[in-house]
Design a protein around this ligand. Structure first.
Ligand code: LMR
Length: 337
């Protein structure tokens, strides 16, 4: 929740915004970029790259302050803070837009909807991706780019091989109804929780398991408190880079153009190495030797896919069946293979 202090900061920033942003190196326009993951992750590195390039292309007239690891705001607060103008830029995962009234990004959460990153690009770089970004305007945000993390794996203190293994276990989820339906389909108990609280919740047994990318598992040290990690690649985590719309529209056009160029290059940079970041994190987890990495046979993989297929029906009314159909048409794939 936002405190009175947050609101007061937002109000004074809003008052400053009325004066209009100055654009000189000795009085730079500040872009506060808040995010919840470690710097040494696909999102962390892309954010740092954006900082480097935006400052370079504007000759220091823009200063980007990156606040990683939930040091400024946690998941839900950061979206509220952006809407209030207390921060200017974020990159929340697709799964986190539901609570502010945009449910459509949850389509990316559907189990097995994306076989690989190449297929993902068909959606994000195509007309559907552009249309989804436009939905953000109504919430006072401009969607600038799609950033990758990668594919999710399941972790727990119990070995997870078959759907029945999930029964009755509590799993931390992001704030997405699709993810809630996914764990319910497995007979598990989903629990929404901020990313910054996951490690402790796993350590103290508040939840039994969670799903995340290798990079997030490793950089949050989740593998130190989870005995098993199953290679499922059952879902995708990616981000929508959003900026406060009023702030963005109010930027001098040359400054905005320079920031757009920086964003485009930071996106290409981040997305070109996200897969390697996750591969490297998996290697580090293996090296740490605290977690058994479980791989599924093709039959076990198929059983997991089958168990999760009811999710498509369960969430059709929330996400929109036409949107699900359009997504599947663009990928040209079925979630069953
Ligand atoms: C999560 O909450 O698990 C992730 O969305 C965190 C992130 O930003 O990668």
């Amino acid at each position: 929740m936002l405190t009175v202090r947050h609101v007061m900061v937002a109000a004074s920033l809003a008052a400053l915004a009325l004066v209009g942003p100055a654009a000189a190196a000795d009085n730079p326009i500040v872009i506060k970029f808040s995010h919840v993951v470690a710097s040494d992750t696909p999102k962390g590195k892309a954010a740092d790259k954006f900082k480097e390039l935006a400052e370079k292309y504007t000759d220091g007239k823009v200063k980007v302050e990156v606040y990683p690891n939930s040091t400024l705001y946690k998941d839900k607060e950061e979206l509220e803070a952006l809407q209030l103008g207390a921060v200017q830029m974020l990159a929340p995962s697709n799964s986190k837009f539901g609570p502010i009234g945009i449910r459509e990004f949850e389509v990316f959460d559907l189990p097995y909807i994306l076989p690989d990153l190449k297929t993902l690009r068909k959606v994000t770089d195509g007309p559907l991706g552009a249309r989804l970004l436009k939905l953000l305007d109504a919430k006072g945000m401009t969607g600038l780019a799609y950033w990758d993390n990668g594919f999710k794996q399941m972790t727990a203190n119990k070995k997870l091989v078959a759907p029945a293994d999930y029964k009755g276990l509590k799993f931390r989820i992001q704030s997405s109804k699709v993810l809630e339906a996914q764990f319910r389909a497995l007979g598990a108990i989903p629990q929404v929780m901020a990313f910054s609280d996951v490690y402790q919740a796993l350590q103290t047994g508040v939840v039994d398991g969670q799903e995340n990318t290798w990079s997030n598992i490793y950089t949050q040290k989740m593998h130190e408190v989870q005995k098993y990690a199953t290679v499922t690649n059952h879902g995708y985590i990616g981000y929508v880079v959003v900026v406060n719309k009023k702030f963005w529209d109010g930027l001098p056009p040359d400054i905005r153009a320079a920031c757009e160029k920086a964003m485009k290059e930071a996106t290409d940079f981040g997305n070109s190495q996200s897969a390697k970041e996750n591969d490297d994190a998996l290697e580090e987890i293996k090296k740490a030797g605290k977690t058994e990495i479980v791989t599924l046979t093709p039959e076990q993989d198929e059983a997991m896919r089958k168990a999760m297929m009811p999710v498509y029906k369960d969430v059709a009314s929330r996400v929109g069946q036409p949107l699900i159909d359009e997504f599947l048409k663009e990928t040209g794939r079925s979630p069953m293979n």
